[in-house]
Design a protein around this ligand. Sequence first.
Ligand SMILES: [Zn+2]
Length: 91
Amino acid sequence: MRCPHCDKVFPFFTLGLKTKGPQKLCPHCNKTMLLYFNSKVAALWFALLFPLQVFIFKPTVIGWGYNGTLSTGIVAATWLYLSLRLKKPGE
Ligand SMILES: [Zn+2]
């Protein structure tokens, strides 16, 4: 994730350590930022990931002998992560 204030990149999981809810603190500059779901980005990633999931990931996972739901879960989590963005409060 990238901070909208200082433009520094940090791992997603460090966000949850200090605050709960959509308001987060940057581990670098300590300013408040808002976590939100970017529906435009989400739609783009969905259009890209959905065919991959149906035609490549799921058949591959099933071919390895696992349940296809496993691949759906991983793709859904990746999609959600890619669709989340940070912005300055009030923007
Ligand atoms: Zn920052």
